[in-house]
Write a protein of this length. Structure first.
Ligand SMILES: Cc1ncc(C[n+]2csc(CCOP(=O)(O)OP(=O)(O)O)c2C)c(N)n1
Ligand SMILES: Cc1ncc(C[n+]2csc(CCOP(=O)(O)OP(=O)(O)O)c2C)c(N)n1
Ligand SMILES: [Mg+2]
Ligand SMILES: [Mg+2]
Lengths: 332, 391, 391, 332
């Protein structure tokens, strides 16, 4: 998949456009959440939707996340396709019971009779100088919940395409939007915006031979930058963008690591119990005899997300990624 | 401009906040009456349609028998658990009868009887409690949401569904059932608030049976009544004798009509009692006295109906027997069908997690398939007298 | 014994459920008055103690200046974010003054002014919003809980703390602040219910400023007033003009006294308005009109107090100037101290996750230590003109 | 550590005794939850406490888990040591926001000034024929939340000792009680009940040389049984009981795997995003050159917990463990 260079847009704009197009095409798509209407969302992703489609299609709800998700479940039961916005990652926690005990299980509980085609958009991660509770990376919770599809775009084109696919999915999707990429700009093709790989497909964003960097969402730009910087050290690094954590594309990831023989998983979420453990474990299960070194992880520290003035020390950056690559036992 | 410039000495003029922040509604019509609404045993009962009385009676008697049968099935290991609604049949039956064909019922674990009274096959209604695959029925076909176990979590579903139906222009009403304990959960609050703000066509029926497992109402709330919670959401609250099937039927009927006509949601509190323990696994003697139970037996919903029918000469011994025989026959049918082992397909574990299995689930399904095959082979070998090793 | 055996024909006798399920309390005393309580600008104001009026005025003026100063600091990059309470100073100040030394305040992100008015150093109060290490003060020392961001989640904390104090025999009252939007959260409901059931010495003050960010009250609730929610928990609800510092002070005072004397919790709704945007990052013109803002400016808490003081001849230009100078001096001190870079220790990231660092955190701390050392070395080398490579 | 054979008791009894002794010793210990008073809890763990210590020390709360945990936070802020009971694992989800955003972070947020010495007891896991929502294994969520200590006993002695330690801890502890071991009986020493290893220490429950089974809670008995059965296959399996997932005892686990050269992680929780990924990854990072085969995992399937009639197919049993051991590349 390549993005035909066309109109440059920010990721936030691409997401807004995806919502608009989905609503225009399918009258059952409803957007709901806190401040998504008149204000257009605190990140302005839903800007203009209430004006274009009316309050009933883009609804400012009362301030209660379990209620938002719970009513969205009921709406989906009646055949609508609700797209819920959670204002920030940590403010999705009040809806955790609805998500785990209902959203994730309704299809299974009804033997497929009642699927819930709903999308929960959650801005996640740090790097924007947010105060407490505004920078959590909560993907580990969603990954560990069978029944949820967990998607996270890292490029502008994927933001559009994956959000459209998520809304079209008959299964509930937790759609994680990397906050600090909201303002990232890229050219994309508004003529063929859906022309991205399907959910469940990882993509090699940079081919390389020395080692594989496995990453997603906010850490993709970091890994691409690290791969460039790594050339000075003599490394030709491959970068795999997972795009969805569930389903997980074992085939693409394992094929890359078998080729390179070394891997580092990079994410912003805390390391302990985070996605990296799962990824490292499954890569190792599949590629053990191809590995020259253990799969290493570069992750946020195992601490509550730090305040703005200290977050740079927490976030995995280029240096930390390259340090990890350096520890991949090159002498053996 | 300072205040000094604006005005001279003397009393400051009164200013008031702009009107938007002023109280918008008179609370009086939202408040429940001080006494629970009753019909049976009052002069009003004389005006109750005999056909309705007979119908309610037949359903309540069936319901009672269904409850005793289901409890018996737990003893025979045919149900994993049964939360009985014995004593609460008036609410269960009235809930089912209040709804039209296209309306939706949102039951909790205790409300299988409401689903059965609405026409669901009792074997399907009991599928989950049997320990078999969940729900057992297609919710859309019967317009009965899956039995809900996490307390109060089905209430926002009911609100969302009712709201969606209204947006679509369908005149569908959703009726959601919850217990007194469930009213303490945050989801109760959020659901009622959404319902009122959206003016959604939904009715909330609290079956206040005085206990949440062992915890009595006094430890659950300090409110005058649970129906008083309605005013805080801007919807009417009604209080009704939950053992009086006619009263519950009437109050529910009014609320459903109001909702259907665009009048918005209603909160109804029905005062009732579960005569059985919380479930077959519970020991109710730990937290309540026999005297209390006996006092409620004197106010049994079956008794209230039979007294009225008898008093008005609307039923005789033969009529009563006919109703009981019908209930007995249904119970026998249920017993017989529940005594058949359900067909189980272990591979179903992977069938409906997602629309399409992930590669991970395909791998896991293959693993289980292999194990089951090996198991079957080992069993076959054992049956042949051959020596079976570990699969 | 069947019903037939129990009784003959005729009207069925009335039975009623046992008393425990009957309504227990008269709701009338719990209901708020239809009109918000006001003192300033009414004849009652004439009886207000001049010292109190002066005190409130000085604090409210200080508060206003504090708000403008803090907002200015966001523009200079000295605060990461500031949710201003401009327009809500009467509530903030009254909340602080209502509490005794040993009482506890539970503020939200918007309530740093209440903490400051209670005596907290404003630099400490703003530590979190500055983007520095959290809280900035020892909550136990000041009996001010950490500023709370997840809406309504601090309310159960206030209840638990008040309950614990009462169990210990301490006459401590907890005052919890929440916004109109926050009342929609499940935690609001659960907290009020626990408070009432436990009869905990806690007061809930809802600052109803008409908006939750952009969402107006009408999309938040359909209740007559937010104060009407009280009756659903069995506690009294009070409605007060939140821009009338005297009225808020009085209503809070009564509730605090009631709580302290074992009378249980109270829910108070104060009608107010934030004259600034939600935070410096918000654009309020997207969701409200200038006219609305202007209408509220005419009902500004500072104005109401100054009008009263002036009308009663309790203050003159010199007095007003003295108050403003004091506020200005405090603001200048705050500005100066906030303009100093805070001392930051990156290794603190690992200091307080647990009482004792886990081996994992020790490893991670060592990693960061090494990185910082390498960084420092590289910087030193760069300063020496030496060529620095990647650490 | 050895348990002096003395009075046999069930795990539920040992837990109840631990609560009683803690309450007797320390008047700040308060037990609270749904049905913990008059009824003694649905598993009867708190039986008799309300009678002995009064309703104020053992309190039947209103039915609202966020409220229970939220008020417990406030009680801990005032210096009490609340011990909260969640009735079943899935019914702890309504309290998720309180747990993640407050319980786990209060110490950090206040720079250590306000620690929260509270214990959240959660019966977890399946195997008891529970209907929907009564058999979740939610440890992955808690592991991924820095600030929480996550403890789970597998023996009667540990049930007592670890619960006492948890209550005494100045940090919040999520104390996971394996439901299906509630009725497991063992002799333990009521004279020295506290004589168990501290939280954070894994224990080798069975020494062996062929491979290490790494496990905890409900799966310990399965692993011990598998180890016995493995003798027939010629394997001498070591079994490590983690006892706490946080802190994680890297030293004991890695030492064992370095000795044996092979490892299988066994737990009931779903595999994908479950504890096993983290454990396998960190063992591999530390023991890579000692490993003869990749660390394998035996876990529950990645599905909502199945109904009673099918749960035996889901739960990791002896055969599945031995199958995994058999795949540890013994020929190479
Ligand atoms: C969220 C949640 N918490 C706890 C439970 C466990 N539980 C099941 S029923 C019950 C009592 C419910 O009481 P009530 O709402 O009065 O309904 P009733 O059982 O009396 O019909 C409890 C605590 C649950 N199912 N869901
Ligand atoms: C649980 C939660 N959800 C969402 C938010 C994001 N948020 C912060 S302030 C706010 C509006 C709050 O409105 P209100 O309670 O009226 O208080 P106000 O800001 O007006 O003082 C929102 C939605 C949050 N902080 N916490
Ligand atoms: Mg009940
Ligand atoms: Mg507000």
């Amino acid at each position: 998949m390549t993005t035909v260079a066309a109109k440059p847009a920010t990721m936030a704009q691409a997401l807004g456009r995806a919502l608009r197009d989905a609503m225009a095409e399918d009258p059952t798509v409803h957007v709901m959440g806190e401040d998504v209407g008149t204000l257009g969302g605190v990140f302005r992703v839903t800007d203009g939707l209430a004006k274009e489609f009316g309050d009933d299609r883009c609804t400012d709800t009362p301030l209660a996340e379990a209620g938002i998700l719970g009513t969205a479940v009921g709406m989906a039961m009646y055949g609508l396709r609700p797209v819920v916005e959670m204002q920030f990652d940590a403010f999705a926690y009040p809806a955790f019971e609805q998500l785990v005990s209902h959203v994730a299980r309704m299809r299974n509980r009804t033997r497929g009779a009642m699927a819930l085609p709903l999308t929960v958009r959650i801005p996640y991660g740090g790097g924007i100088g947010g105060v407490e509770h505004h920078s959590d990376s909560s993907e580990a919770y969603y990954m560990a919940t069978p029944g949820l599809t967990v998607v996270t775009p890292a490029t502008v084109a994927d933001a559009y395409g994956l959000l459209r696919q998520s809304i079209a999915s008959d299964d509930p999707v937790v759609f994680l939007e990397p906050k600090r990429l909201y303002w990232s700009k890229d050219s994309w093709n508004p003529e063929h915006p859906l022309d991205v790989d399907p959910i469940g497909t990882a993509v090699v964003r940079r081919a390389g031979t020395s080692a594989t960097l496995i990453t997603y969402g906010p850490s993709l730009p970091v890994c691409l930058e690290a791969a460039e910087a790594g050339r000075a050290e003599g490394w030709d690094l491959e970068v795999v963008d997972l795009r969805s954590l569930v389903p997980f594309d074992d085939a693409t990831v394992a094929a890359s690591v078998r080729r390179t023989g070394r891997a580092v998983v990079v994410h912003e979420s805390g390391g302990f119990g985070g996605p990296g453990g799962e990824i490292a474990a499954r890569v190792t299960e599949r590629c053990f005899h191809h590995l020259e070194a253990p799969v290493l992880r570069v992750a946020g520290f195992d601490i509550p997300y730090p305040p703005p003035m200290l977050e740079r020390h927490h976030l995995p950056g280029v240096d930390r990624v390259l340090d990890a690559v350096g520890r991949l036992q090159w002498d053996q | 401009m300072t205040v000094m410039e604006q005005q001279g000495a003397g009393h400051a003029a009164r200013t008031a906040p702009p009107p938007a922040w002023q109280p918008s509604t008179d609370p009086a019509p939202l408040l429940p009456d001080a006494e629970p609404y009753r019909v049976l045993g009052t002069p009003a009962a004389a005006h109750t349609d005999p056909a309705l009385l007979r119908r309610l009676h037949a359903e309540v008697v069936r319901g009672r028998r269904y409850n005793t049968q289901a409890t018996a099935l737990t003893k025979q290991g045919r149900l994993a658990v049964y939360p009985s609604s014995t004593g609460q049949e008036a609410c269960q039956v009235a809930a089912a009868l209040a709804l039209g064909e296209r309306d939706w019922l949102f039951p909790s674990y205790r409300d299988t009887l409401a689903a059965v009274a609405r026409g669901l096959d009792p074997v399907e209604a009991l599928t989950l409690l049997r320990g078999d695959w969940h729900t057992g029925y297609d919710p859309r076909e019967h317009r009965i949401a899956p039995l809900c176990t996490p307390l109060a979590t089905q209430l926002p579903h009911a609100v969302g569904l009712a709201h969606a139906a209204r947006l679509k222009g369908d005149d569908v009403v959703a009726l959601a059932l919850v217990g007194d304990g469930g009213t303490s959960e945050g989801d109760f609050h959020e659901a009622l608030n959404f319902a009122a703000v959206w003016s959604a066509p939904v009715v909330f029926l609290v079956q206040n049976n005085g206990f949440a497992i062992s915890v009595p109402l006094a430890k659950q709330t300090a409110a005058p009544t649970l129906a008083h919670k309605a005013v805080g959401y801007g919807m009417p609250g009604r209080l009704v004798d939950g053992n009086d099937a006619v009263a519950v039927h009437e109050v529910l009927g009014e609320a459903v009509t109001r909702a259907r006509e665009g009048g918005g949601p209603t909160l109804i509190e029905a005062l009732t009692y579960r005569l059985d323990a919380h479930t077959n696994a519970d020991d109710a003697t730990r937290y309540r006295t026999d005297d209390e139970v006996e006092a409620w037996r004197a106010h049994d919903p079956v008794l209230l109906l039979e007294r009225e029918l008898t008093a008005r000469g609307l039923i005789d011994e033969a009529g009563l027997k006919a109703v009981r025989d019908d209930a007995e026959a249904r119970a026998a049918d249920l017993r017989e069908r529940m005594n058949q082992d359900p067909e189980l397909e272990p591979m179903d574990l992977f069938a409906d997690v997602y629309a399409e299995r992930t590669s991970q689930l395909r791998e896991q399904a293959a693993q289980l398939r292999a194990e089951l095959d090996a198991e079957a082979e080992a069993e076959a070998q054992a049956a042949d007298g051959a020596e079976g090793g570990r699969a």
